[in-house]
Design a binder for this molecule. Structure first.
Ligand SMILES: NC(=O)c1ccc[n+]([C@@H]2O[C@H](COP(=O)([O-])OP(=O)(O)OC[C@H]3O[C@@H](n4cnc5c(N)ncnc54)[C@H](OP(=O)(O)O)[C@@H]3O)[C@@H](O)[C@H]2O)c1
Length: 276
């Protein structure tokens, strides 16, 4: 049977998944959102229970802090599959659904959600991390592949660590781009123009790391053991940026050593980066 899909929460994730599945012909039946926000072409119902009454597979796509209370405020039955999309939450937040006989699962798209059209492009090739019993996982895996994603199953009980790891290449990468573009202000270059120059560098770096791994892809003065250049960087950077530069350089130095940087050269760089 084709599942009737519904959403509690019409934020970035609910809206994007609903539109994506609708575009590939899935039966996205209904959605509810606290503020009455609509997802185009999807029937917006006045109460969360209305969505459960109309649907079989219900995605609880509200903010993480509201997943448990939202799922607990409705009446589930054994024909439902309750799914959350939070990377850091275990399945126990859907305990109310499970107790009422519903199946429970999670589907976490390992991607940054921007506007729906952009995200539906970047979801192609993205990993969708799935937790749940085999039958639910098989359905969610099909839904992930509908959007061009590939499914990934992780052992239960490590969600927070998994989600923390994703921060490095999600939010932290964005933060690093901002940090870099900010420094270009001193060169008289706007953030927009700086990003036009920096994003291709970031994309090239990622492509290279994808091809040869992070150790093989490491480039720049630390990879080369070029202490004078690092010294010039430290002298040029504003005080407020030094801590992060030093901390990241020390991590990068570990990669440089794995690449074969000589011990004495690494020690000189280490001393330079450690000294206040
Ligand atoms: N953003 C990402 O990149 C991303 C990626 C993967 C997974 N996720 C996960 O996807 C889920 C949804 O995130 P999102 O990015 O779509 O968030 P979002 O854009 O901030 O939307 C969250 C929605 O939750 C609703 N909400 C907040 N508190 C509520 C409450 N107490 N009761 C009812 N509704 C409430 C808001 O409703 P109103 O607008 O109606 O007020 C809003 O529509 C989260 O579990 C998140 O961890 C996010």
């Amino acid at each position: 049977m084709t599942p009737r899909i519904g959403f509690l929460g019409a934020g970035r994730v609910g809206t994007t998944l609903a539109l994506g599945w609708r575009r590939v012909g899935r039966d996205v039946r209904a959605a509810w959102s606290r503020s009455g926000r609509k997802i185009s072409d999807v029937e917006c119902l006045p109460a969360p229970q209305d969505v459960l009454d109309a649907c079989d597979v219900v995605f609880v796509t509200v903010a993480d802090a509201a997943v448990e209370s939202t799922a607990s405020a409705v009446t589930w039955s054994d024909r439902h599959l309750a799914v959350h999309c939070a990377g850091a939450l275990d399945l126990d937040v859907l305990e109310a659904a499970r107790r009422a006989g519903a199946k429970v699962a999670s589907l976490h798209p390992l991607q940054t959600f921007a506007d729906p059209d952009t995200t539906l492009t970047t979801l192609r090739g993205a990993a969708f991390t799935i937790e749940g019993d085999d039958e639910s996982a098989a359905l969610l895996s099909t839904l992930a592949s509908d959007l061009g994603g590939r499914s990934l199953r992780l052992p239960a009980g490590h969600r927070a660590l998994y989600h923390a790891s994703a921060q490095y290449v999600g939010a932290f990468l964005t933060t690093l781009l901002r940090e870099s573009a900010f420094l270009w202000r001193a060169l008289g270059v706007s953030e927009r123009d700086a990003l036009a120059a920096l994003v291709p560098l970031a994309v090239g770096t990622l492509r290279s790391a994808e091809a040869v791994g992070p150790v093989g892809a490491l480039a720049g003065p630390l990879a080369r053991g070029d202490a004078p250049t690092v010294e010039r960087h430290l002298a040029a950077l504003p005080e407020a940026h030094l801590d992060l530069y030093r901390a990241l350089s020390l991590r990068a130095l570990e990669l440089a050593r794995e690449r074969g940087l000589q011990d004495d050269v690494a020690a000189r760089l280490f001393a330079l980066l450690e000294s206040p």
